[in-house]
Design a protein around this ligand. Structure first.
Ligand SMILES: [Fe+2]
Length: 314
């Protein structure tokens, strides 16, 4: 006679079925006008059935926006967009903005480029090999970035993303409470002066002239920001352009920031997107962190982008 106990698994099965599939921290929405394939359990999806060279049908655009809100980074393949088509699609997300520091693309002041030539041994922007959000020093930092690949390495050169909602939601109640009360000073004022001190081959390709005021280059934002419609909270503190937490010393600020920055490195918050020529990405720059992965050599990587202005963080 066996002493083994039998386990009734029906409860587990029915529980899983009732709860449904959760991706990026929320139940997976359904789509009927586009194809949507999640990239990881944390963020990102690949969209099929949308031609970005032409205005999108309202039903298709509605689902593209739903996918963007849910997955935070959406990927389209084989989109051979002219700069004007790129800008027209970008305007579905809001108003385009120039950036004071990022190099512009081919005479378009409202487009930027990210470029590493094959002869360049290393990335010229090493500080952005940490997860970050773009231009948090602006009074209204970018809502999203629409980026398209012109030339990519055969292997490597991915862009990685980390979901800042999930980072916040996994913190203890005590740490959430501490962060909820904190504000961050972000500043882009000194990047030109710092750059000028570097050896020539180590300098960033910064924009030389811009019309932004000094006040626009330094702002205070909450360390935890809320989605303006849903109220969902995400961590909004990364090393790029970070000066200190308000009312904290720089030493104290760096210690806490170092811990928080480390959380974004955890693989369970991330997805990676492999570029192909004419891949178009739209990523949320408010609730998602990003970084380029410079694991390639002797190959060219050239990406062009638009930046859409966001709300003042709340
Ligand atoms: Fe960036």
């Amino acid at each position: 006679m066996s002493n083994e106990k039998t386990i009734d698994i029906s409860n587990f099965v029915s529980t899983a079925a009732d709860q449904g599939t959760v991706v990026a921290g929320l139940p997976l929405p359904s789509f009927s006008h586009i194809g949507v394939e999640p990239i990881s359990g944390a963020c990102g999806c690949i969209i099929t059935g949308a031609d970005l060279t032409r205005p999108l049908e309202p039903a298709v655009l509605g689902e593209v926006m739903k996918a963007f809100e849910h997955f935070l980074v959406i990927v389209f393949r084989d989109q051979a967009l002219s700069p004007e088509q790129h800008k027209a699609f970008s305007r579905c997300f809001g108003e385009l903005t120039e950036l004071p520091q990022a190099p512009t693309y081919d005479g378009h002041l409202d487009m930027q480029e990210v470029r590493r030539e094959a002869y360049e041994e290393k990335n010229v922007v090493p500080s952005f090999e940490h997860f970050h959000t773009d231009s948090p020093f602006l009074p209204r930092p970018p809502l999203c970035v629409v980026m398209r690949a012109l030339a990519v390495p055969r292997f490597g050169g991915d862009t990685a993303f980390s979901n800042a909602y999930l980072v916040y939601e996994d913190l203890s109640a005590g740490m959430q409470k501490l962060l909820d009360g904190l504000q961050v000073v972000y500043s882009g004022k000194d990047i030109w002066a710092k750059n000028a001190k570097l050896d020539k081959d180590k300098r960033l390709r910064l924009r030389e002239e811009h019309s932004f005021t000094e006040a626009e280059l330094e702002n205070i934002h909450p360390a935890v920001r809320r989605h303006p419609v849903t109220g969902r909270k995400a961590l909004y503190a990364t090393t790029a352009y970070f000066k200190r937490f308000v009312d904290w010393s720089e030493e104290e600020s760096r210690a806490l920031l170092g811990y928080l920055q480390g959380l974004a490195q955890r693989a369970e918050y991330q997805c990676r997107v492999r570029w192909q020529p004419d891949t178009v990405l739209v990523w949320d720059n408010r609730f998602l962190l990003h970084r380029g992965v410079h694991d390639f050599k002797n190959e060219r990587r050239h990406l062009v982008r638009t930046t859409i202005i966001g709300e003042r963080p709340i």
